[in-house]
Design a protein around this ligand. Structure first.
Ligand SMILES: Nc1ncnc2c1ncn2[C@@H]1O[C@H](COP(=O)(O)OP(=O)(O)O)[C@@H](O)[C@H]1O
Ligand SMILES: [Mg+2]
Length: 258
């Protein structure tokens, strides 16, 4: 029987810490499961995961898609079909490796026209590739639609990330609602990040979301980001890393996988 990967997707409004926490999860998985393979996917057009993981990003899935669509637009349908046949190898080539971590960037969203079939095909390719891994961590964008359309149809853990703002929680609620409509996830978790007053969380209206972690505002995290440091240079006991470890344990324990 083929073992399916455990897929985590992080979503939430801009600036809530999706990229920071995605990279922290990747580090935790990489350290605690050294014999496993981890695929980190940057699905946010705003990019940034490559920097926090300390890898140099190369070709994106969007670059690959553009080559196909260009051939189609130039009337080279046969050439485009041939290229599509090679899509798996092209996507494999776009993956950058570091220890037991592989990194893939999706790139920009569609610019013009609808290339739904090409997107659907590439998504199929990504899903097939993901089967070679034990864990997949997707750094998503504010909505879930981009992840659904271009990365994966279904994830195991939809991680909703918010700060203390009402807007942040509302965005999470909307993402959950859209994800439900798409039957996109097996379980969902809320993580509150950059919280200045941890005690105030008990008075917040979390709209029935499943809170699993509260991460305080941490100067070390912001400073590391300002310096462009990779997550691997963070201290063992940096609060974001400690909290990411706890949250990951909780999620895996709930699955009975740890
Ligand atoms: N717990 C935290 N405390 C302080 N700063 C944080 C924390 N988490 C993230 N940050 C900082 O907030 C900024 C936005 O984080 P980022 O991970 O890029 O968010 P997103 O990917 O959701 O846009 C970065 O400068 C990051 O270092
Ligand atoms: Mg980001």
């Amino acid at each position: 029987m083929v073992k399916e990967p455990i897929i985590f997707a992080l979503t939430g409004k801009g600036g809530v810490g999706k990229t920071s926490l995605s990279s922290a999860f990747v580090r935790v998985l990489s350290e605690e499961h050294p014999d496993s393979r981890i695929l980190a996917i940057d699905a946010d057009p705003a990019v940034g995961l490559a920097t926090t993981l300390g890898v140099s990003s190369g070709v994106t899935v969007d670059d690959i898609r553009n080559v196909f669509t260009q051939e189609v637009e130039e009337g080279q349908a046969a050439k485009a079909m041939e290229l599509l046949g090679e899509a798996r190898y092209r996507v494999e080539d776009a993956i950058v490796c570091k220890k037991n971590i592989s990194f893939l960037a999706i790139g920009r969203p569609e610019t013009s026209g609808c290339y739904c079939k090409v997107n659907a095909y590439l998504k199929e390719v990504i899903s097939l590739l993901a089967k070679n891994f034990d864990y997949v961590v997707i750094d998503g964008e504010a909505g879930i639609e981009q992840v659904n359309r271009r990365v994966m149809e279904k994830v195991d853990h939809l991680i909703l990330l918010s700060d203390a703002s009402r807007k942040g929680i509302e965005v999470c609620r909307t993402i959950l609602h859209v994800g439900e409509g798409m039957e996109m996830f097996a379980s969902h978790e809320l993580i509150l990040n950059r919280i200045l007053d941890v005690d105030s969380v008990k008075d917040m209206d979390l709209k029935g979301l499943n809170l699993i972690s509260v991460i305080p505002n941490d100067v070390a995290t912001a400073m590391a980001d300002a310096r462009g440091d990779s997550v691997f240079s963070w201290n063992e006991d940096d609060i974001l890393l400690v909290k990411a470890r706890e949250a990951m344990h909780r999620m895996l324990e709930q699955r009975g996988d740890k």
